[in-house]
Design a protein around this ligand. Sequence first.
Ligand SMILES: *Cc1c(COP(=O)(O)O)cnc(C)c1O
Length: 395
Amino acid sequence: MSKVLHQFLQDNLNDLKDKGLYNEIDPVEGPNGAMITIGGKELINLSSNNYLGLATNDHLKEVAKKAIDHYGVGAGAVRTINGTLDVHVKLEEKLAEFKGTEAAIAYQSGFNCNMAAISAVMDKNDAILSDELNHASIIDGCRLSKAKIIRVKHSDMDDLRAKAKEATESGLYNKVMVITDGVFSMDGDVAKLPEIVEIAKEFDLITYVDDAHGSGVMGKGKGTVKHFGLEKEVDFQMGTLSKAIGVVGGYVAGTQDLIDLLKVRSRPFLFSTALTPGDTVAITEALQILLDSTELHDKLWENGDYLKAGLKKLGFDIGESETPITPVITGEEKLTQKFSKRLFEEGVYAKSIVFPTVPRGTGRVRNMPTAAHTKEQLDEAVKVYEKVGKELGII
Ligand SMILES: *Cc1c(COP(=O)(O)O)cnc(C)c1O
């Protein structure tokens, strides 16, 4: 090994370990459902993004297996050579139906989708107004485009308006985009899309909403844009197929012209192999489940409200979440980590989230209740929270 690399790795790893920032990964031994097994220990799982339980849904497993039997395990090529199977076309039609748009394009992941779509449209002569709490993949997608990135204070509409005015009146940029998460995953708050769209109209901004945590959750399952009835106003409805939808992949839904351009311009679509047939068919079926019924969505909210009420009654600070995402804010980083560790020992898996993922002094244990949890599991989790919360003097 190169001596320079060896030194670099040692320095970085030791530094992270000294600061307590080196994340140890716990492999899950089995499905990532309402209960998980880690190190042979069974735990109530409050850390997955499997909001609707679809990642472990029996019907989806069946359709994926059938697709594998018919098509094989891989798509065999990138979409633009001959990796576009008929199932990819069906998926994209279903996505457009689900999102209420003319067309849609699927990518291999949500992260990859943000890399692909932003830089296909924006370049060094443009500017992007980006909420300061936007997801890492938005930040990286913006950087890749080489557009000027203008950070906007979190959900601050006065700041957005002022910066939109300045950017558009400066004459420095050809195009200006405003980009935001639909649901912010650390606090569970929802972007102020009606105001954002109004400002966008006033200054002719391109609008891009990353609804990774909103699809399947908001708008009766159809997402945050649908929740506000803005399907015709938002240019890019971007999302992931790996959270509530339960499989893997990402997409943009929008006008036919937008999707046509993305299909010839976005590099991961041209240079990275298509989604596997098993995944593609499972995703299409998952979307159909959400189009047919709001049962899973309703159950998710019922469970979210139930867990929130239980934790709030005990006196925990659960923040200002507007979605089933339920943070328990403990503040100081070391206490947050201790809290999560004790919950684990008592049978609840809820991950601690600390600086730099969230601001210093706002450490929290984040809970992701799902439609797959039973009331008994949530009751048990609240009981464990009470015991550990009292033990550590948090309540
Ligand atoms: C999770 C997430 C992504 C990435 O999606 P993947 O499909 O997991 O790559 C992108 N944006 C936001 C806001 C996310 O929360």
